[in-house]
Design a protein around this ligand. Structure first.
Ligand code: TRP
Length: 432
């Protein structure tokens, strides 16, 4: 029996054809259904022109494929106005797999290109509330472990604030969450998340927490040296861009719908959506931490990576070398090829691999070898950085503080609220 795909923040299931065969996730259909905008060449070119950076290969190749209001962020950047990046991770396990790191590494790249602050939310509250088996103590510990992994992706400490919900939430952030929750009805969250009368009440409230993380007023301290513990109208105006897997979109539809109802309204956050990294077992699934052979972990050794790809990576090749040479392979469903689309930087080289594989000139073993080498490099470099992340380093990233960034160097950003006042005071003091 045919079955439709089902994508939501807690599970991703591809569709099934009439005969029961699994289907790849249909991202265009998802974008249509959720009414997002596809990323087109014009947006990419505008990004390149404004920032002077070549588009990331994940943008060029449509792995980040959809957005909401990304063009408004480009307008903001063009005008030299401030904005910030926000992304997150639900710490349900102690270590990340490669799939988890894709939106994160992309966020780091965006941060480098735009030179803006980033807030990184660890939803240890969410995972304790949504996973029956996990306790708050466990998810808090995972949050700390995950934070070290996240740091190892190379985020600049000066412009990055990483926080655990269980530890950080209070003050203006919590005030935002409660104020926001007052605007959200049961009907709204039931529609967005499929809740019912038996759903625990933590789950009903949690979306407000994930939503208000997109408001600059949730972090007054990152904007100014002044001991500013309040939300202000000016800070509320700072725009937010959220890179994420498309499964998180339902949360942010909610915040986009209700952001205008806050006492100090914030603009609707802009979103940029990624596809899911294919599981080793094939492009119809995504890497999953609970199925070790579906995923390559950031803690895997070079040898484990090699074994996993050789043994489990689904191949679009033919059953024998003779057949393969005669008929050619199918790179579109070949997991090793799919991994190359993520990690091979050279577009021409990638195209040649595609053509050669299709024509049967390149064998599955050779293709796997290339994927192994690139993944070993990605994971190996990560592990080198990971070894240097001590508890002290962790503490630095997780301390609420004023962040330092330059924004668009072409035009100085206008001063915001207390920051302007603070600098004036400083100027007055130095005059004396
Ligand atoms: N809910 C996400 C998860 O389970 C974590 C998260 C919080 C997030 N805020 C986010 C992810 C913003 C992307 C963008 O993984």
């Amino acid at each position: 029996m045919a079955q439709a795909q089902d994508i939501n923040p807690w599970s991703v299931t591809g569709g099934q054809a009439e005969d029961g065969t699994a289907l790849a996730i249909d991202y265009d259909a998802l974008s249509k259904k959720w009414n997002t905008s596809l990323i087109d060449q014009a947006v990419i070119e505008r990004f390149e022109k404004l920032t002077g950076h070549k588009a990331h290969r994940w943008l060029r190749r449509g792995l980040f494929f959809s957005h909401r209001d990304f063009d408004k962020i480009l307008d903001t950047y063009e005008k030299g106005e401030p904005f910030f990046l926000y992304t997150g991770r639900g710490p349900s396990t102690g270590s990340l797999h490669v799939g988890h790191t894709i939106p994160m590494s992309f966020t780091k790249w965006l941060q480098d290109c735009f030179d803006v602050p980033l807030v990184f939310m660890l939803t240890d509250d969410e995972k304790a509330i949504f996973k029956d088996k996990l306790t708050c103590d466990e998810t808090l510990q995972y949050a700390m472990d995950n934070a070290k992994d996240i740091i190892s992706l190379g985020f600049d400490q000066k412009k990055t604030f990483i926080y655990s919900d269980l530890k950080y939430l209070g003050g203006p952030f919590l005030m935002n969450a409660w104020e926001f929750s007052k605007t959200v009805t049961f009907n709204q969250v039931r529609g967005a998340f499929g809740f019912n009368e038996s759903t625990n009440v933590g789950r009903l409230f949690f979306p407000s927490v994930q939503c208000v993380a997109a408001f600059a007023t949730s972090y007054p301290e990152i904007w100014t040296d002044e001991p500013l513990e309040k939300r202000t109208k000016d800070i509320a105006k700072i725009r937010c861009l959220i890179p994420m897997g498309i499964d998180q979109d339902p949360y942010f539809r909610l915040v986009r719908d209700n952001a205008g109802k806050m006492k100090y309204p914030s603009p609707k956050p802009a979103l940029i959506h990624s596809k899911f990294l294919a599981a080793l077992s094939g492009p119809t699934g995504k890497m999953s931490a609970s199925e070790p052979n579906s995923a390559i972990f950031m803690s895997d050794t070079a040898k484990q990576i090699k074994t996993k790809i050789n043994k489990y990576a689904f191949s679009g090749g033919q059953v024998s070398i003779e057949e393969h040479k005669r008929l050619g392979g199918n790179p579109d469903i070949d997991v090793s090829y799919i991994y190359l689309t993520y990690f091979e930087e050279d577009d021409e080289k990638l195209q040649k691999i595609y053509d050669d594989y299709k024509a049967g000139r390149l064998l599955t073993g050779e293709l796997k070898q290339m994927a192994i080498a690139l993944l070993q490099e990605y994971v190996g470099e990560f592990q080198e950085r990971r070894a240097k992340v001590t508890d002290e380093v962790l503490e630095q990233y997780m301390t609420p503080r004023k962040l330092e960034w330059r924004g668009n160097p072409n035009e100085p950003p206008p001063k915001i609220g207390a920051q302007a006042a603070g600098e004036k005071k400083l100027a007055d003091r130095t005059k004396k």
